[in-house]
Write a protein that binds this ligand. Structure first.
Ligand code: S3P
Length: 197
């Protein structure tokens, strides 16, 4: 099984894709999916392909709050984190020519779903993978960084069962990531957006 979305060396083909990268009719691309789906790593490459800015919702929450996500959860709880998340998302969706990586739980909030739905020229893309693959990637992330960066990982099974339908519902496009590298996932998103708009 391919567990991680590894960065592969750039090939000639990828270089060509980069040169003609476009997302017609779209001003912002929002990446959604569960923890470990590759929203941040794929988002960075996608933004680079498009010459757009990459914005990470968790990083924005941390910037605004001054604490890390695990610190916010530990000291103030999930409900407080979700309020911060909605405020940060509203700010990010106000920007143009951006790729936004959501946190895995953002679509659970109705307000967030409405915000995305009502922001014009916004493409929401679901990065999908089986739960086993997602958990494997999260474990590898933790091993790499030497810390447990995801407070809700222990509840992964229940959360995934609820959220997978929400990801599907809010996204106009779905890209399966389990057999794709980061670059291949970014290219698949560009292809899906170019084809369907
Ligand atoms: C969460 C996912 C995390 C982060 C927070 C809550 C969730 O983001 O927002 O720990 O509820 O699934 P990633 O999906 O980027 O890990």
């Amino acid at each position: 099984m391919t567990a991680t979305l590894e960065l592969a060396p750039e090939t000639e083909l990828e270089e060509n894709v980069r040169k003609r990268a476009t997302a017609p009719g779209v001003d912002r691309i929002v990446l959604t999916g569960f923890m470990g789906s590759g929203k941040t790593s794929v988002g960075r490459v996608l933004a680079e392909r498009l010459g757009w800015r990459f914005l990470d919702l968790d990083a924005e929450i941390e910037r605004r709050d001054g604490r890390t996500v695990p610190e916010i959860f530990a000291a103030s709880g999930e409900a407080h984190f979700r309020k911060q998340e909605t405020a940060a998302l509203a700010g990010l969706l106000g920007q143009r020519r951006v790729v936004v990586a959501l946190g895995g739980g953002a679509p659970e909030e109705l307000g967030n779903r409405l915000l995305m739905e009502q922001t014009p020229r916004t493409a929401v893309v679901y990065l999908a993978a089986p739960l086993e693959t997602l958990l494997d990637r999260c474990e590898r992330d933790d091993a790499r960084t030497g810390s447990a960066g995801r407070p809700l990982l222990a509840q992964a099974e229940q959360r995934f069962a609820v959220r997978r339908h929400l990801y599907e519902r809010i996204a106009g496009h779905q890209v399966e990531t389990s057999a794709r590298s980061v670059e291949e996932a970014a290219d698949a998103i560009l292809e899906a957006l170019g084809r369907n708009r």
